[in-house]
Design a protein around this ligand. Structure first.
Ligand code: FAD
Ligand code: FES
Ligand code: FES
Length: 479
């Protein structure tokens, strides 16, 4: 058990033992005089604070898994056993600028410059991504906001970026950090505490001992309680170092995603299991948020506008919970949320895994996110449908919605109206009326109740066009 936070900053190991555990990495960096990372929003939306976070690859592999993250959402103790690179540390030996810096200058991709270090760091992460296509280039900067330059020259810089080989000294640094990260952390500052166990048993024991401690997985939701609501956590139980809470296993019947696997790692497997989900998950936050945020964290918020519960309900997923005292239990995704931001989770329990059964052959899976913007926006209405039509009639139907009630909703009246019916526009019209009875939306800044009701119903038209007339351009991107 260690009590000081140790990590590498721009290649040199640092030990920190004098900050409150809920201090953000951004605030710490700036207090250290590393002011390239800027605070634009302090909520993960602008990318001005982007840094590279390197996690040593597991035993047997050399070097780091490098990702762009928002330093405003990461706590200092969260980087224990990891490496942080800021724009100041990109130029090797402080001499020639990094390719991302040179290209941003050469393509005239900066004007006021406030956003520029964040873009440079997002590009530096892209430069370490071997498999790259135009979509991933766009994705890499979708979480960075620039109000002066316009994105064309920035994209030009991104597209010209060469692939960066790991520096020779990275292997030795990763080895040192791997040793540091092997020991759990119990960091205390005054009455504040940050606990980072390295086994599930220890995590469960600590959960039982300190039920008041905030669970912290990616922190992309919890972080805002600190930076926006100025809450001070009585303690933090960090789950990001527990191997049993991370990883994906696949078998012939489906997929099991450990609860705190970041979205960025789960995307490919999810898209392979149910291609219709890909677009929805890719629209959760931006790359920096998906590099930290997790499925378990999304479910854990029980937010009525969280994007993952509707697809999980439509796919008949199950959620496994575990406590030190009572062991494991499994609940259906549709039963997990019991009220506005309330779940079946007991105070000593953790979510350990999400099991998604493989859809039966011929099942059409669709997930739709209706928001005011394509990137970096919260859903006004989210919908996920699993539909199987056999001999012209609906054989299986699961319809689930977010943003239309205090909890995610399974539209059971609408499902009943569908089952056994011919898959025709007339049936769709009847089902649309039933959907209005299943949901109870409200007015808010994102949309009125009437708008949400109309959208929830109209998405069934889109489903019909996509399944019955596959050539119809039913999505914006198809026009
Ligand atoms: C800029 C930005 C954009 C975003 N965009 C979207 C979006 O488009 N769609 C969307 O749905 N969300 C969005 N979010 C919200 C957030 O990113 C997601 O909800 C994310 O999945 C949270 O995961 P996390 O691991 O970061 O959770 P954390 O913040 O670490 O935790 C969230 C909650 O889950 C609980 N929890 C976490 N792990 C466990 C566990 N193993 N067992 C029990 N409880 C657990 C915690 O107690 C906490 O209540 C966005 C957030 C930001 C900052
Ligand atoms: S300050 Fe805006 S994303 Fe961090
Ligand atoms: S150059 Fe000014 S915000 Fe991007």
């Amino acid at each position: 058990m260690r009590d000081a936070i140790r990590f590498a900053l721009n290649g040199a190991i640092r030990a920190v033992d004098d900050v409150p555990p809920h201090m953000t990495l951004l605030n710490w960096l700036r207090a250290e005089g590393l002011t390239a990372a800027k605070e634009g929003c302090a909520e993960g939306d602008c990318g001005a604070c982007t840094v590279l976070l390197g996690t040593p690859l597991p035993d047997g592999a050399e070097g780091f898994d490098w990702r762009a993250v928002n330093a405003c959402l990461v706590l200092v103790p969260q980087v224990d056993g990891r490496a942080v690179v800021t724009a100041e540390g990109l130029a090797k030996g402080g001499s020639a600028p990094h390719a991302a810096q040179t290209l941003m200058a050469e393509t005239h991709a900066t004007q006021c410059g406030y956003c520029t270090p964040g873009f440079v760091m997002a590009l530096a992460a892209l430069g370490r991504t071997p498999a790259r296509d135009d979509e991933s280039v766009m994705d890499s900067i979708a979480g960075n906001l620039c109000r002066c330059t316009g994105y064309r020259p920035i994209l030009e810089a991104a597209r010209a970026l060469p692939l960066e080989a790991p520096a020779p000294e990275e292997a030795a640094l990763a080895e040192k950090l791997r040793e540091i990260a092997a020991a759990p952390l119990d960091y205390r500052a005054g009455s504040h505490r940050f606990l980072a166990p390295t086994t599930l048993d220890d995590a469960l024991r600590l959960r039982q001992q300190f039920p008041e401690a905030w669970l912290w997985a990616g922190g992309t939701d919890q972080g805002l309680r600190v930076t926006k609501q100025f809450q001070v956590p009585p303690g933090i139980l960090y789950l990001g170092r527990v191997p049993d809470l991370r990883g994906i296993t696949e078998d012939k019947d489906g997929l099991t995603i450990a609860a705190n696997t970041p979205y960025a790692d789960a995307l490919e497997a999810l898209a392979a299991l149910a291609p219709g989900l890909d677009g929805m998950i890719r629209r959760i936050g931006a790359a920096q948020v998906r590099n930290l945020g997790t499925l378990g964290g999304n479910i854990g918020t029980a937010s009525p506008i969280g994007d993952t519960l509707p697809p999980l309900i439509a796919l008949d997923a199950e959620i496994t919970l575990v406590s030190a005292e009572r062991g494991r239990r499994t609940v259906a995704a549709r039963d997990f949320v019991t009220g506005y931001r309330k779940t079946v989770l007991d105070p000593d329990e953790l979510i350990v895994a999400i099991r998604i059964p493989r859809p039966a052959p011929g099942t059409h899976i669709a997930a739709y996110k209706i928001a005011k913007r394509v990137d970096q926006d919260i859903s006004t209405v989210a919908a996920a449908f699993a539909l199987k039509v056999q001999d012209g009639r609906v054989d299986h139907a699961r319809l689930a919605y977010g943003g239309v009630a205090a909890t995610p909703v399974r539209a059971e009246k609408a499902e009943k109206a569908l089952l056994g019916q011919p898959w025709t526009p007339e049936t769709v019209a009847a089902v649309k009326r039933a959907v209005a009875e299943d949901i109870s939306p409200m007015d808010d800044a994102r949309g009125t109740a009437a708008y949400r009701t109309a959208v929830a119903a109209n998405l069934l038209d889109r489903l019909w066009h996509e399944t019955a007339e596959p050539g119809t351009p039913a999505r914006l991107e198809a026009l």
